[in-house]
Design a protein around this ligand. Sequence first.
Ligand SMILES: Nc1ncnc2c1ncn2[C@@H]1O[C@H](COP(=O)(O)OP(=O)(O)OP(=O)(O)O)[C@@H](O)[C@H]1O
Ligand SMILES: [Mg+2]
Length: 451
Amino acid sequence: MTAFTVVVVLVVAAAGLLRWRRPAWYWLTFGVALATLRVLVRYSSVMDACGLTVPPSRWRLALARVANRDVPQSRPPRILRIRPTRTGLVLRLGLRPGQDAFDVAAASDRLRHSFGLYGVTSRELRSGVVEVRMTGYDVLKRVQMPAGTDTRPMRVPVALREDGSVHYRDYRAVPHGLTLGATESGKSVYQRNLVAGFAPLDVALVGIDCKQGVELFPLARRFSALADNPDTALALLEALVAHMEDVYQLIRAEQRITVDVPDIEIAADIFDLPADLRPVPIVVLVDEVAELALFATKEDEKRRDRIITALVRLAQLGRAAGIYLEICGQRFGSELGKGITMLRAQLTGRTAHRVNDESSASMAFGDISPDAVLAAIQIPTETPGIAVTGDSSGGWTRIRAPHTSLREAVNICNKHAERTPDLPALAAFRPAVALLPSARVPLSKTAPATV
Ligand SMILES: Nc1ncnc2c1ncn2[C@@H]1O[C@H](COP(=O)(O)OP(=O)(O)OP(=O)(O)O)[C@@H](O)[C@H]1O
Ligand SMILES: [Mg+2]
């Protein structure tokens, strides 16, 4: 008996310790079974307390009266499926007549603490069927991406969502993206995760990093072209526009539409071309975009206008030629001059890290979802990397990218360096990798002399 008590005490202590120090392990060992049991046992009473039941229908009442039985009880939504996951539980509910998905969404906070879980979100799968995703712990506190993610061409896993699912950046569904955030909010780490995600794929990476290249140049071995100042950026963007025009010529030459050509074989973008002719897709990563739009002299202004024009053209026409833009900056509003709002309107995928004021958040979500603006302002300073991401359909969610260090990203890029495609159109901008690592300039040589 005493041995049994000792074992029980030890197990309870181990569970408590795991729950405190390693919530992910606790969930996999104890949490998932306990939570499943709790949800199934408490289901009817919780649904009743949360106002998610419907009174018995007339025919059930009539039947009870005829059979002289008790009045039937109100009924909660049917559980169609309950599925434990790595981070929580997924419940599929069949709604009763008179209920709608909004009822469940509105009750999600009440469900969260009634079931003793960390987070609850819901979405309608089809008419009358709602999926409720519950997380057992704060999955964004220490992001661990699942080992098996579903990578497809032009789609990379980049972060974890608050409901425990993987957030993918899918360039074929949402070709261009804008990432905003105050300084030290995690934009460059997010972009680094994208580079690490693309490194093993057949994609050409092009980078423009006006912070003198500190973020992207260490990853140079996986980049087909890089620019670290606005002058080179202009030349690079114009070369990309010329490349885009060549790709369109190629697509046109391949179309040769006659009545015999089946619909499916008519090429309208590079992915419709035969594999041997298909140009490699290009992802253009721009960090600190405001640097490209600022100017001090008349000359700079001309350069700035040409840069913005090239970016707008790439955003408007690039998708079918397989050119995708991923733009990062602290703010991206009309105060940066003409053409900016036009460019912003083309960037469908919006992500906002912590921002300092409402107007910065509005630059990402003002024209999409007012709730997302509020959520972006509420991100606390002590959790860099947490971001709100939305799309033009009005939906949004909180995400956090894994903390990939620069060293890890460099290792991944070096490992896949042989995948870096040579693009003849951008050959002039290919970084000279041999010269990269150790150009250590003593700071005193560059710093102004002190008096
Ligand atoms: N997803 C994350 N998880 C944990 N820590 C993070 C995450 N993202 C960023 N950080 C931390 O925040 C710091 C700043 O991140 P990062 O350099 O990406 O910010 P930034 O928005 O690019 O800033 P700046 O505008 O100054 O370039 C990083 O050094 C890292 O320690
Ligand atoms: Mg940065």
